[in-house]
Ligand binder design. Structure first.
Ligand code: G1P
Length: 290
């Protein structure tokens, strides 16, 4: 086996109720809210495709089937476009995931991120990637590809980390490390959503992980942590002495699309960096500021 091709599976935990975006998330999952004309989840899918991922596991709630439908063929729409506007056909046919590659897993109850990952256990047969689509990462090299390369180098669990402002530290999982070299941090402790006083560093966990299958054993204990939920951070922490955990500071810009202002920033930044919209958007911003 070509070792750089070892990781072919990604899990997208997308069962959350999107409380910060209510009321729109009553009807539209937050992962389908648009950044320009594409839903947030499509950016995550493209990031995974660029890394050579071939199996896409969506952990959804029974109410969020529209996320799956987005990636399925729409015969009716395609037939209308074929007759009326064939140039647009490419727009809807290019973002598909073939049925064989798409796995849907239902998380019946919102018991936490760790529980969501555990729900995918039957489909995991080796190291795998996890992408939290809320964290939109725009980078030259796909962020999850960078993480897979880091995994190849260290053969341990790899989690994405980034420095964040102290004031925001309690929104994240936070790492403590024994040493670092280049962009790698050798983790010795992790805390989910610590207070500012308890935070062991300002390096926060960002929603990209490469996990070894052993994580499923750690998650099967169903230990309840912060917020009364089964936390992925706690399960990863419990593997430090066996599999090892490396924090990787990725190259790229990250936008927190899990909140309204972060999603707005992502919209603006993506639009300003797109030659089709740049001038118009700058004009609108200048006008609004007057
Ligand atoms: C989750 C993780 C947390 C991580 C964050 C990154 O938290 O539990 O460790 O720092 O994603 O976005 P959530 O944002 O789902 O509360």
């Amino acid at each position: 086996m070509n070792s750089s091709n070892e990781i072919k599976t990604v899990v997208f935990p997308v069962a959350g109720i999107g409380s910060r975006f209510l009321p729109v998330t009553k009807m539209v999952p937050k992962e389908l809210l648009p950044i320009l004309n594409r839903p947030l989840i499509e950016y995550a899918i493209n990031e995974a495709k660029e890394a050579g991922i071939e199996k896409f596991i969506f952990v959804i709630s029974p109410e969020k089937k529209s996320i799956i439908n987005y990636f399925k063929k729409d015969e009716k729409l395609e037939s209308i476009l074929r007759k009326k506007n064939p140039a647009l056909l490419e727009q809807v046919a290019n973002n598909l995931i073939l049925d064989d590659s798409l796995i849907e897993v239902i998380q019946e109850e919102p018991l936490g991120l760790g529980h969501a990952i555990w729900c995918a256990r039957d489909f995991i047969d080796g190291p795998f990637a996890v992408i939290l689509p809320d964290d939109l990462i725009i980078s030259k090299v796909s962020c999850i590809k960078q993480m897979i390369d880091a995994y190849e180098e260290h053969k341990s669990n790899v989690i994405a980390v980034q420095e964040v402002d102290t004031i925001d530290i309690s929104k994240y999982g936070v790492i403590n490390y024994s040493k670092n070299s280049k962009n790698f941090y050798f983790i010795e402790d992790m805390v989910e959503k610590p207070s500012i006083e308890e935070a062991p560093s300002n390096l926060a966990i960002i929603g990209r992980y490469i996990l070894m299958p052993n994580i499923m054993n750690a998650l099967s204990t169903k230990k309840v942590g912060y917020g009364g939920e089964i936390q992925l951070t706690d399960a990863i922490k419990s593997t430090i002495n066996n599999d090892g955990v490396v924090g990787y500071k990725f190259e790229g810009n990250r936008y927190d699309c899990g909140n309204i202002v972060g999603a707005l920033e992502a919209q603006l930044s993506v639009a300003i960096n797109n030659s089709k919209y740049r001038d118009q958007v700058i004009k609108i911003i200048n006008k609004s500021l007057k």
